[in-house]
Design a protein around this ligand. Structure first.
Ligand code: ZN
Length: 149
């Protein structure tokens, strides 16, 4: 079993961390208090990065611009009051309103539900594996999404 290079404890899961310029393999309890932790080392570096990227993007689908407007337009075309649509989708009316106003983002699941229900497309097509990860800062992206609208 590998040993933590900081405290010497044996751990099945070590993390790569940059501590005062040195790259160390440390255990999870040391990683919890350390800065510059890059993530578990058990997985290949590429897999780790894409897993993190996919993790942050799983909750935040790559929605089209004006997704809220698109939802509202489609709903009004069907002459469906928001309340009725909320009931049919088993979702909160207030949540759907915030989504229509662009103040909230639907989850992947809800996005799929809305797309199917309204017969529209709400997500970007280009979600190819190639180059998807390159040059993306997850925190900034997440921040942008939250601030959006
Ligand atoms: Zn340790």
């Amino acid at each position: 079993m590998p040993e933590c290079e900081l405290c010497g404890r044996q751990s099945s899961q070590l993390y790569v961390a940059n501590i005062e310029g040195a790259t160390l393999h440390i255990c999870s309890s040391c990683a919890a208090g350390a800065k510059g932790v890059k993530g578990p080392v058990a997985r290949p570096a590429a897999a780790t990065v894409s897993a993190q990227e996919r993790g942050s993007n799983a909750d935040v689908p790559s929605l089209i611009d004006g997704y809220g407007f698109a939802i509202r337009q489609a709903r009004e075309r069907m002459k469906l009051p928001l309340k009725v649509m909320a009931e049919m989708l088993s979702e909160k009316e207030t949540l759907l309103l915030r989504i229509e106003e662009g103040k909230a983002q639907p989850t992947v699941e809800l996005t799929r539900k809305l797309e199917k229900f309204l017969g529209i497309r709400l997500t970007e097509e280009s979600r190819d594996e190639s180059g998807f990860v390159a040059g993306k800062a997850p925190e900034a992206t997440l921040g942008d999404f939250i601030k959006k609208g």
